[in-house]
Design a protein around this ligand. Structure first.
Ligand code: MN
Length: 510
């Protein structure tokens, strides 16, 4: 089990009824206990299942769902109908449950016991039709859920539950997520803006502005000895073979002080993410007063992303929140994730690709090798100076990138499968980068992304795939447009038009 999720539980509730007598319910209970213990012992589920007994009446359903909703450890509920469970008894309980719901369609026995099956067996093992009755009420109530069908011991079934558990955990994490905006959106940028009230209502997280004068209160309290210790740590973690003069060493020292400042601010405010803006860095006259960052805190952003803090550049709070969610749900998975920006195109026929980078802020979790800590000139924004950054290229491999845009009447999640390929060296561009081909190919992938209004900033992961984002969109109740191998522009254009109508009508249907 992954330690990161050890404080969470997923509740398992078995639907039954008393029509077949108390003995039948005792057997149902025994089967359910064995199944939950078996699924926990599989080693596939990152979040522990807790069996909450059979629900045999409307009162029992309402009771368990009310408790699930109230218990902070519970991040979601799995329901399964062992016997036929008349579904009207689920109405009031399901109305109370707002947490993620998974409908598991399985059966205690794997195969039909041809030689011994009698009417008692038939009365007891009724998920084949019980789950259909239950599925109706979920559909009738327009209840968001994931439907998983498969034998409970099958690793494929468990893997689909595991994906949903990770998303449910990240969803729980987002419900008390606070994002600090240090500086506003970059002036006039549209796609990174949006409705913060709707974001809190719909996606859970809260966004606060932090004036740089607040940042300076933390900056002033950072001790030189702590900065020196952090610089020494950099020397053990990164390749520091670049030959530096005094100005370069000072830039690294300044970067370490910025990192300590931001971490102190984030911890003190209980925040899970932040944004920066290269025009808002403290005193204009910082070289005289010493009160401010010498440049955007790029190295700090890189390292804080690796620790799990959400990050969005130029005030992009939606991306900061989404990155935190990506990091949270992929904890313990091997390959990593990063904030990235579409930087430059490389036209090369069928291998046409997009260089993904940023001025500085790319997470070292995606690095192919040991990152180099380097100091170079950066002349954008209010500061023009030498600044530190981690330089690397990403691993080769498949992944998925994601963004959320505000369409005015709804949030839209756009995801794209991508293939990271081997780049050529960039001796004059000392930043971290990835080079990818968007699926199904550059022309269709990039066109579909822009037709959907996708941002130039996105949250990339090697470990996630489409299923995670389907589950996320279902839980959040937002639109999801996925671009992958099967995407055609004709089909995608049709989806865009159909969704426009669907989301207008959807509110009326509920
Ligand atoms: Mn940017």
């Amino acid at each position: 089990m992954i330690k990161a999720f050890e404080n969470f539980e997923v509740w398992f509730v078995t639907g039954a009824q008393l029509l077949y007598g108390g003995d039948a319910v005792v057997q149902v209970d025994g089967h359910s206990n064995e199944m939950v213990a078996g699924m926990n012992a599989s080693g596939i589920l990152p979040v522990r299942l807790v069996y909450k007994g059979t629900a045999n009446s409307a009162a029992e359903v309402t009771d368990v769902m009310t408790r699930a909703e109230a218990d902070p450890r519970c991040i979601g509920v799995i329901t399964w109908m062992h016997t036929f469970s008349p579904a009207k008894m689920w109405i009031h309980g399901l109305q109370r449950l707002r947490k993620p719901l998974l409908h598991l369609h399985t059966q205690y026995n794997e195969e039909i016991p041809w030689d011994t099956m009698d009417m008692d067996f038939m009365n007891l093992n009724q998920s084949a039709h019980g789950d259909r009755e239950y599925g109706f009420i979920l559909s009738r109530m327009r209840k968001a859920r994931k439907t998983v069908v498969g034998y409970w011991k099958d690793p494929k079934t468990l893997a689909r539950i595991a994906v949903w558990q990770r998303v449910a955990a990240a969803w729980a994490d987002a419900q008390d997520m606070r994002i600090l905006r240090i500086g506003d959106q970059m002036n006039n940028v549209a796609v990174t803006d949006g409705d913060k009230v709707e974001a809190e209502m719909r996606l859970g997280y809260h966004v606060d502005y932090v004036p740089f004068s607040d940042v300076l209160q933390y900056f002033k309290q950072i001790e030189d000895a702590d900065v020196n210790a952090l610089v020494a740590k950099y020397n053990t973690v990164y390749d520091t073979s670049q030959v530096l003069f005094d100005d370069g060493r000072q830039a690294i020292w300044n970067a370490a002080k910025a990192e300590l400042t931001l971490r102190a601010l984030l911890v003190d405010r209980g925040a899970k993410g932040f944004t920066t803006n290269f025009d808002d860095l403290g005193d204009v006259d910082v070289k005289v007063s010493g009160m401010g960052f010498d440049q955007i805190p790029g190295l700090a952003s890189q390292r804080l992303m690796e620790e799990g803090y959400g990050f969005g550049a130029e005030g992009d709070w939606k991306t900061a929140a989404l990155y935190r969610t990506v990091w949270f749900m992929s904890q313990g998975l091997p390959e990593g994730c990063s904030f990235l920006e579409d930087y430059t195109l490389n036209f090369a026929g069928e291998r046409s690709s997009i260089l993904q980078a940023h001025m500085l802020e790319v997470c070292p979790m995606i690095a192919a090798g040991k990152p180099k800590l380097e100091v170079h000139w950066l002349g954008i924004g209010i500061r023009k100076t030498l600044t530190a950054r981690l330089v690397f290229t990403s691993k080769v491999g498949r992944g998925i990138t994601a963004t959320v845009v505000d369409m005015g009447n709804r949030f839209r999640l756009v995801t794209n499968d991508v293939e990271c390929i081997e780049p050529k060296p960039l001796p004059k561009l000392p930043v971290a980068s990835a080079l990818w081909i968007p699926m199904p190919d550059f022309e269709v992938g990039a066109a579909a992304w822009m037709m959907a209004g996708g941002t130039h900033h996105s949250c990339f992961s090697y470990d996630l795939d489409r299923e995670y984002w389907e589950d996320y969109a279902e839980i959040a109740g937002i639109e999801h447009l996925h671009i992958g191998k099967e995407t055609t522009l004709e089909g995608f254009r049709k989806d865009l038009r159909i969704n426009e109508v669907y989301y207008l009508l959807n509110k009326a249907l509920k």
